[in-house]
Design a protein around this ligand. Structure first.
Ligand code: SF4
Length: 385
């Protein structure tokens, strides 16, 4: 099926849907300059952007690709995103990328970086060891040195210097769509009848396939459209979705969740693209500003330990601050960081009296009837208790 974008869609949300459906290969094709693939969860996009590369989300292929070669490179119990990301490479859909970056989020991502190095010697493959424990000043110094090491590797590859002023400019550029995404999430938390979960998801996901300036324009157009909407609020359960920070669920699953009676008031979809809770500082040493933002202005995530903000307590806090009535755990199948944390989260939610349900997914999932039934039963148990 040819999913390439052929015409300008009429509304920002419709355009975002087209961009997401066309996926990464089409994003690479549309961009006239060199691009760089960023595997989830968080990637320091500004460093690649400052190098003149367009950062794009290297986040699997959803249901758009058949696995022909990748299965032979992995054990069977591995998440889908690893398989479809590699399959994109093996089917030569990533050859136009200058390079790709992986990060120390789990064993799968670490091994995938090595598999990429071995299979695609022409690609610049970066593996960034993010600070796992953010406590103390040493973590910041460490992360600065790690980012500087990655920069030096890029400079060597591109045969040009990447100056601090260029990085500061990229920080400014990315702060704009990030602020707009925060605004989008604020509106949805307050008035979920105005923005559906799949619209919010699609608008954020589209940003992983386009330049940040275009993403900002897309978000501005959408926010203007949402401001004029007058949808009636329905009798639904307000939920926070947790666990889908890396591999992304199919849009059909998100639609089913809402159709089954949920308003999603917060989630961790595409978490890395919305990683910072506040803007990154635009002055001073930009690499240190990025490191500091990672350590002290970022979202909680199962891929990162923050001793000052335990993520299970932060989840309960998010439930309270958004007025949610329940939590939907939505981990990708075989995602160890999410599934290990489920035990922690469940214990804390039960202590706080917050109902929850576990819905596992795979990016290639295409029937949702069973899931719909499970969520409907969960919702009815809350509405008619
Ligand atoms: S989905 Fe989970 S296990 Fe798979 S690469 Fe992402 S974090 Fe790792």
């Amino acid at each position: 099926m040819n999913t390439a974008i052929t015409a300008v869609a009429t509304s920002p949300v419709a355009r975002a849907k087209e961009i997401c459906a066309a996926g990464l290969p089409d994003a690479i094709r549309r961009h006239p300059g060199p691009a760089f693939g960023c595997f989830p969860v968080y990637s320091p996009f500004e460093l690649y952007h400052a190098a003149g590369l367009l950062p794009l989300g290297l986040m699997g292929a959803g249901g758009t690709i058949d696995i022909v070669h990748a299965d032979a490179r992995f054990q069977s119990f591995v998440c889908s995103i690893a398989k479809t990301t590699l399959e994109l490479g093996l089917q030569k859909r990533l050859t136009a990328l200058e390079g790709v970056a992986f990060h120390s989020i789990c064993d799968v991502a670490r091994n995938l970086a090595s598999v990429f190095r071995r299979n695609f010697p022409g690609l610049h493959v970066e593996y960034i060891h993010l600070a796992q424990n953010g406590a103390g000043d040493a973590a910041e110094d460490y992360l600065v040195s790690e980012y500087r090491r990655a920069l030096a590797g890029l400079e060597e590859r591109l045969k040009r210097r990447i100056g601090d002023e260029a990085i500061r400019a990229s920080i400014r550029t990315y702060n704009r769509p990030r602020a707009l995404m925060r605004r989008l999430y604020e509106i949805r938390a307050r008035e979920p009848e105005r923005v559906t979960a799949s619209e919010a998801f699609t608008l954020v996901r589209a940003g992983t396939f386009m330049p940040p300036e275009d993403h900002a324009a897309l978000l501005e157009g959408s926010l203007a459209e949402f401001a004029t909407r007058r949808n009636k609020r329905m009798d639904r359960v307000r939920v926070v979705v947790e666990g889908a920070f890396c591999e992304q669920p199919p849009v059909g699953l998100i639609d089913v969740m809402e159709a089954a009676g949920c308003y999603v008031v917060d989630d961790d979809f595409c978490a890395g693209w919305r990683w910072f809770r506040e803007d990154v500082i635009e002055t001073g040493d930009p690499v240190r500003a990025l490191a500091r933002a990672y350590l002290s202005r970022s979202r909680c995530s199962s891929t990162r330990h923050d001793p000052d903000r335990p993520r299970h307590l932060e989840l309960v806090e998010r439930v309270k601050s958004t007025g949610a009535q329940a939590v939907v755990f939505m981990p990708a199948k075989f995602c160890e960081p999410a599934l290990f944390d489920y035990v922690l989260f469940r214990r804390e939610l039960e202590k706080a009296g917050v109902p929850h349900i576990l819905i596992e997914f795979e990016e290639k999932m295409w029937t949702f009837e069973r899931t719909r039934g499970e969520i409907e039963t969960f919702v009815e148990s809350l509405l008619f208790d």
